[in-house]
Ligand binder design. Sequence first.
Ligand code: ARG
Length: 465
Amino acid sequence: MSKQQDTSKLWGGRFSEATDSFVQRFTASVNFDQRMAAEDIAGSLAHAQMLCTVGVLTGEELSEIRRGLAQVEAEISSGSFQWSIELEDVHMNIEARLTELIGVTGKKLHTGRSRNDQVATDIRLYLRSAIDAIAGQLTRLQEGTIGLATQHTDTIMPGFTHLQTAQPVTFGHHLLAWNEMMERDYGRLMDCRARLNQSPLGAAALAGTTYPIDRTQTASALGFDRPTENSLDSVSDRDFAIEFCAFAAMLLTHLSRISEELVLWTSSQFNFIELPDRFCTGSSIMPQKKNPDVPELVRGKVGRVNGHLVSLLTLMKSQPLAYNKDNQEDKEPLFDTVDTVLDCLRAFGDMVPAIRPKTQQMREAARRGFSTATDLADYLVRRGLPFRDAHEVVGKAVAHGVASGQDLAEMALATLQGFCADIGEDVFEVLTLEGSVAARNHLGGTAPAQVAAAAQRALARLQAR
Ligand code: ARG
């Protein structure tokens, strides 16, 4: 370490030797926090305006700061801004350049403020815009999902439990189940936004400031609902980042479940759907292959997003009040979560409406799997049998079907009557796939009329956002 005094640092006053060059690199965040430059400038503009209102800055000083920050902003957007690792982070890079541009007034901007409340403000502003972009992408994906469901309210496919054919459902009903998962995700995202939308600005380092600041003014200038209540909490709270990552982990978990179904359905064993070629890739060795890369990759992305949630929870665990440098580690997981969520939603938003169901194959799969066995049991209950006895009778009929390679609807009436004399000619109506789905005609059921109404309601919820 060199012994000469370091005057280049904005906090260099009490130091008698320069920062070790490795420590400088190790402690710097500018390589990743420069992503929040626009938010940092917006925060500074609101702070400077407020300082002028309360008489700490003159009108002339405010104008100079505004002019300087406009120039800094222009340099950053044009790519000509010189980011410097010696200046540690986005906040000090911008402040140093401002001072270079406008002189001594630049040094007054930080009056009544600390990087601790500044960074807390910047992250909230950044995440709020990211949330709004994500909300738009999620809504677009839901629109596409509901749109496809509307086209397939009576397209029959097998419904599964334990991944074994269970009962017939409609493809539209299945798609609307995906939409419900996403609807809850949207609600969680909005909850997170509402809780984060408070302004920590004015908490300063940890205890507040001696200047006559107006926190309500800066809060409203930055579009926050109100200032935060407690200065110690304001600079140390990162709950909103954890909540956002929890939303993301849940969303990606849902997208991974959908992805898994798409991967299964595109396989030649299921053969339920076709994904357009633009969402797939080939194999360099096997000429016949068309791999569902997009859903596979989205399924894989849940790993990193879950990892970021655990990173942030662990980062905050046991941290004493108030700000600690540990918190600088919040940004990379948060930024990567935002990027990953946006990419996955974009991929899904493009792909889901382009899914082409193979309706004949879906129907055939539902027919093959004794999927109307429960309907036969319900039919016998209507004829007066207790449900457990009806279950037993149908079980025997299915065993016969397995042995003889016949579906229930293909058996002769006499054969069926051999299992239970109460069975009449009208049994064949309940054994059809169409009869089976149409009979589940209540709120939340798979009857085509119910699915059409559910799609309408889902769309109306989107329109009310
Ligand atoms: N780069 C820092 C962070 O991300 C900014 C706040 C630094 N505050 C401090 N007292 N060193 O958390």
